[in-house]
Design a protein around this ligand. Structure first.
Ligand SMILES: CC(C)(COP(=O)(O)OP(=O)(O)OC[C@H]1O[C@@H](n2cnc3c(N)ncnc32)[C@H](O)[C@@H]1OP(=O)(O)O)[C@@H](O)C(=O)NCCC(=O)NCCS
Length: 196
């Protein structure tokens, strides 16, 4: 366990105000689950109904632990070691969703020459919203995916995520809604090139 903590902390980079960016480790999962709950409940209220938010937290949103294992998921820690933001990228096919949404099947690797890397699971705590943390995590993901040879990025954006990703240069492609036990959650597939 100590070794995995060391590995995570080796990638710390200062952000601002005592905040620091590092790779997520498996020990972060309980804190990431709490962050996702606070982020979705706090920042989705004008976009999804209460019932959609409850169901999405149960069935769609959550950590994808494969990204942590792949070392492609980042967290930003506050000075008190709380996680203020998280987000990642993926060299695998899944477009969105936590472990519970993906199921247990294999998640095949993408081909960087022909496929777009995925931008995955961005969540910012409401107390840290609109302070540039999402943008900072995105730049870490973009640079890392570019270094891995990918030429484009794709994602499945929640409705609150759409204006954020548009600001980062993504264009809407098509709807990619998630099925919920009662109804659906509107998700938009978006894409951009890998360059800054
Ligand atoms: C989407 C989200 C990750 C953005 O994180 P953030 O740290 O607040 O974003 P940033 O401060 O880096 O914003 C960068 C720019 O994106 C745009 N932007 C971000 N949130 C926006 C919003 N709600 N409405 C309009 N524009 C927005 C702005 O242009 C912003 O720059 P500005 O604040 O200087 O105007 C955050 O709102 C969130 O966690 N939402 C709930 C969970 C979720 O739906 N995640 C997306 C999963 S696909």
């Amino acid at each position: 366990m100590a070794r995995s903590l060391d590995e995570g902390r080796r990638h710390i980079a200062a952000v601002s105000d005592g905040l620091s960016l590092r790779l997520a480790i498996q020990d972060d999962v309980p804190s990431i689950v709490k962050l996702i709950d606070a982020s979705v409940r706090g920042l989705s209220v004008n976009y999804y109904s209460g019932a959609q938010i409850d169901q999405a937290l149960l069935h769609v949103f959550g950590p994808d632990t494969q990204l942590i294992a792949d070392r492609t998921y980042f967290v930003i820690e506050s000075p008190t070691d709380d996680i203020a933001a998280s987000g990642g990228w993926s060299k695998r096919r899944t477009l969105y969703g936590g472990d519970q949404h993906k199921g247990t099947g294999a998640d095949p690797l993408l081909d960087p020459i022909v496929d777009a890397a995925r931008i995955r699971a961005f969540f910012v705590h409401p107390g840290y919203a609109r302070r540039g943390l999402g943008r900072r995590v995105f730049e870490a993901c973009r640079a890392s995916a570019e270094a891995a040879g990918f030429k484009a990025l794709e994602l499945g954006a929640t409705l609150p995520g759409v204006p954020f990703y548009e600001r980062l240069g993504f264009k809407q492609i098509e709807r990619a809604d998630a099925t919920l036990p009662e109804g659906a959650l509107q998700i938009v597939r978006m894409r951009r090139g890998i360059g800054r």
